[in-house]
Design a protein around this ligand. Structure first.
Ligand code: ASP
Length: 310
């Protein structure tokens, strides 16, 4: 079983992972820190192939795997024969031949996880494929929303209004979030300058699109802010001062444009002073560090599902 994206994920499958992640969080609270290691995935070896920068995703996969008793080996472009011209597919086939049990893959090429999954018999977990998808980020976002709005075990996100603001078209987080939010019954609004919005007939983006911040925020229960993916933009750059003015969230926007219960999320890295001011990122509406905490639990649940028994 692979986890390449959420476009075909069923509501029940997503809820199963969120419920398991919630149970891991419950366990972490019960067990003393020194006892936190489990043997659930003892004897398994996970390859972490990160060919693009990552802080949270890489570390939390590693931590999750180790806390479940698995071994992890990290590979990046610098230290592998990919730098000498070997294809990533060949690298992955070699790792499979060595006995790796699963591979977590981050790469700038959208098609790569699919090509690898076609050529190996071990599970591939997509940790971000260019502008494609970032399924575990969306799962941790779903868990964070479910906790924040007290939708308990077994529940989805029915009728929650979630707005995603920023560079939507280049964002793998937005794409996976939209699939997750649709599957769990939330109402999704995508907002940003029109160069960052998908075409209204694009079937991949089943959501309302809005081009002004006040409308995007007026009914929102939660807003997910996104970084501008400068590394993926060939043309169509935006004027930064204007972008911050029209789309950034500071304390004044919080007070004047957001409902009083609306929460703020961000997948990281946050560029303080662009998407959000520091005061908002660190303020009482922010769920950003809760997302990071949930990232470990969700990745434990995913690994347990794929490599163990859930
Ligand atoms: N960390 C997220 C990703 O890898 C979001 C971002 O980089 O802006 O897609």
């Amino acid at each position: 079983m692979h986890l390449l994206g959420l476009s075909d994920a069923q509501r029940s499958e997503i809820i199963e992972i969120l419920d398991a992640a919630d149970r891991f969080i419950g366990l972490d609270h019960q067990i003393k820190k020194t006892d936190q290691f489990s043997e659930a995935l003892a004897g398994k070896t996970l390859g972490l192939l990160f060919f693009e920068p990552s802080t949270r995703t890489r570390t939390s996969f590693e931590l999750a795997a180790q806390k479940l008793g698995a071994e992890t080996i990290l590979l990046d472009e610098q230290g592998t024969s990919v730098q000498k011209g070997e294809s990533v597919v060949d690298t992955c086939r070699n790792l499979e031949a060595m006995g790796f049990d699963a591979l977590v893959l981050r790469h700038g090429d959208r098609h790569l996880p699919f090509s690898v999954a076609d050529r190996v018999d071990i599970p591939i977990i997509n940790a971000g494929n260019g502008t494609g998808e970032h399924p575990t980020q969306a799962l941790l976002d779903g868990l964070t929303l479910r906790q924040a709005f007290e939708h308990g075990e077994g529940a989805g996100l029915d009728d929650l209004n979630v707005t995603i603001i920023g560079d939507i078209v280049h964002s793998r987080v937005a794409r996976s979030d939209v699939h997750m939010l649709n599957a769990l019954g939330a109402n999704v609004t995508l907002a940003g300058p029109s160069v960052f919005l998908p075409g209204s007939r694009d079937p991949d983006w089943n959501a309302r699109t809005v081009t002004d911040r006040a409308t995007a925020l007026e009914d929102a229960d939660a807003v997910i802010m996104l970084r501008i993916q400068s590394e993926r933009i060939a043309g169509n750059r935006v004027d930064m001062d204007r972008y911050i003015d029209e789309w950034g969230i500071d304390q004044i926007v919080v007070e004047q444009e957001m409902p009083s219960h609306c929460r703020v999320m961000h997948p990281g890295p946050v560029i303080r002073g662009v998407e959000l001011t520091g005061a908002v990122a660190d303020g009482p509406r922010s769920l950003i560090l809760r997302q990071v905490t949930n990232g470990v639990a969700v990745r434990k649940a995913v690994l347990q599902k794929i490599l163990g028994d859930l």
